[in-house]
Design a protein around this ligand. Structure first.
Ligand SMILES: C[S@@+](CC[C@H](N)C(=O)[O-])C[C@H]1O[C@@H](n2cnc3c(N)ncnc32)[C@H](O)[C@@H]1O
Length: 330
């Protein structure tokens, strides 16, 4: 940090406030009801292993964690909860554009900060990251958020700028193009497979399938206007690595890993393509329960094939952990 820069505390205390939140960006609601989010995905907002695992991963990779941390797109706090308990630096700013999400996350800390870091809650849209001071944060963390951000390259450039030398941008649960296309291809075989077994798709099931394959196509295409869509992109690891390199960040990719894999005891465990695929249809695409039962039964052999190919290593690459490190000497 240069002497002309504000200290973190000075900077954050001088930002405008809005109903008890720090306001870096104007508030913006999520596209779906925030209070239904955890129920839809069948998850708990309190997954301490996510943040704990991320902190262990940072330590394993010698990331400097002495400065403040910033989380972007905290949602209901699935990553925030463990990070707040385990992040060893001085301050932790959990952010989201949605005030409802920030309040849900804040409600997990009724007694104030849970760990060594002082906790702050701020309205922040990733598009405004360029407003943050340079060399301010040791960690920028996000989970399942990059694919919501319209302009990815300016965002990565802004992260690189506001990271301190030796710091890192860590991302988990982002969708990869190859794996999602594979899921869509398997989904396209559901109709013919059930038909061969004498089962006709109901119009509702047909709509659910078409919705899924059209969604993947929308994410995949790069020639469409995406500013009003909530979810926007699929990624490739080589493009993310190039992007990072262009902005002075070196990428390490951990295929299909989650942050929680790195929580002690270290036991990386990808659930396998079939589990990921079935969970995606059930929780993200909201397929009917009786339709899911038929898919499980009649696509068992096809899905088993993928799992057997990857019985000894994680794949096909469908998601993972991405750790972009900024050189300690930059
Ligand atoms: C799929 S949710 C993930 C929430 C949480 N991180 C989790 O893992 O459960 C995506 C999050 O990104 C936030 N988000 C969407 N667009 C954003 C943007 N442009 N800048 C910052 N956050 C954004 C949403 O409000 C939401 O909280």
């Amino acid at each position: 940090m240069t002497t002309s820069q504000p200290s973190f505390r000075n900077w954050i205390e001088n930002l405008p406030k809005w109903h008890g939140l720090v306001r870096i960006s104007p508030e913006r609601a999520y596209a779906h009801a925030e209070d239904q989010y955890d129920a839809q995905y069948g998850v708990s907002a309190r997954e301490p292993e996510e943040g704990q695992g991320l902190c262990a991963l940072l330590q394993q990779n010698q990331v400097d964690t002495t400065g403040p941390a910033l989380e972007i797109g905290c949602g209901t706090g699935r990553l925030t909860y463990g990070l707040a308990h385990h992040y060893p630096g001085s301050d932790f700013v959990a952010t989201d554009p949605s005030p409802a999400f920030l309040r849900l996350t804040a409600s997990q800390f009724p007694d104030g900060p849970a760990g060594p870091a002082r906790l702050h809650f701020a309205l922040l849209n990733a598009d405004d990251l360029g407003q943050l001071p340079p060399d301010m944060f040791s960690l920028i963390a996000m989970r399942s958020t990059l694919h919501h951000i319209l302009e990815v390259e300016p965002f990565i450039a802004a992260c690189a700028r506001t990271l301190r030398p030796g710091g890192a941008l860590a991302m988990g649960a982002e969708p990869l193009e190859s794996g999602y296309l594979l899921m869509a291809a398997v989904a396209q075989s559901i109709g013919p497979t059930l038909k061969a077994a004498g089962i006709a798709l109901t119009p509702r099931w047909r709509r659910q399938l078409d919705d899924f394959t059209a969604t993947v196509k929308f994410y995949c295409r790069r020639d469409l206007v995406k500013d009003t869509a909530e979810d926007k992109h699929l990624f490739t690891t080589h493009e993310l690595a190039d992007l990072g390199r262009r902005h002075g960040l070196q990428l390490r990719y951990f295929p299909n890993a989650t942050f929680s894999d790195y929580a002690p005891p270290f036991a990386p465990e990808f659930e396998g393509f079939s589990v990921f695929f079935l969970n995606y249809l059930q929780f993200c695409m909201q397929f009917d329960a009786d339709f899911m039962d038929l898919i499980r039964e009649h696509l068992r052999d096809q899905l088993k094939y993928f799992d057997e190919c990857y019985s000894s290593h994680p794949g096909p690459a469908i998601t993972g952990v991405f750790l972009f490190q900024k050189d300690a000497r930059s």
